[in-house]
Design a protein. Structure first.
Length: 185
């Protein structure tokens, strides 16, 4: 993924493609602190020196300062290329992960739609299903009502069998006065 970074527009004798790929890989494997310091720091600091020593395998301060000053000249273009490839990589990974999740749950993933459109369609299509699903077993649709004084709580038939009259409702804790079959039309 980082190897596909577009560095053709950068022409620098010190920062060869190989050195820039090593730097891009180092940034990718590091944290945001490294990213910010490399792209926004002006001075040659101990932190910058450690990074350059690690990438270039050079331990001469004067040569490392020259590399740093040369990097600052190409930094903007390098950052644009780096940001572009990492953004593409993240979007690709998100899409692959969502597709795998949808496949695992037997949910249709439409290639013609964006990842976010697929997720939105799934949420919209499952809103009603969630509302009528039994909140005890999460396996069946609600088809019974546990009747209280002035209200009722919905539940599936299998779970309704577990609760008798004068027991506490699992949801509102009121006494169950009766159970009735519920017809949803």
């Amino acid at each position: 993924m980082i190897k596909n970074i577009k560095l053709d527009t950068i022409n620098n004798d010190l920062w060869t493609r190989s050195n820039m790929l090593k730097l891009a890989t180092h940034i990718f494997d590091s944290d945001m602190k490294t990213y910010r310091r490399l792209f926004y720091t002006q001075l040659f600091t101990r932190f910058i020196k450690e990074i350059l020593v690690n990438i270039l395998k050079i331990d001469n301060d004067m040569i490392l300062k020259i590399y740093w000053n040369e990097f600052k000249l190409i930094r903007k273009t390098f950052k644009e290329s780096y940001d572009n490839i990492t953004c593409q990589t993240m979007n690709s990974n998100i899409k692959d992960n969502i597709k795998k999740l949808f496949d695992k749950e037997n949910i249709a993933f439409l290639e013609s739609e964006t990842v976010f459109d697929n997720i939105e369609q799934y949420v919209e299509s499952s809103k009603n299903k969630e509302c009528i699903q039994c909140k005890i077993c999460y396996n069946q649709s609600v088809d019974h009502i546990l009747v209280h004084d002035n209200q009722g709580c919905t539940i599936c038939g299998e779970c309704a069998e577990k609760f008798g009259s004068n027991t506490d409702c699992p949801f509102c804790k009121l006494k169950i006065l009766d159970k009735k079959k519920l017809f949803i039309r």
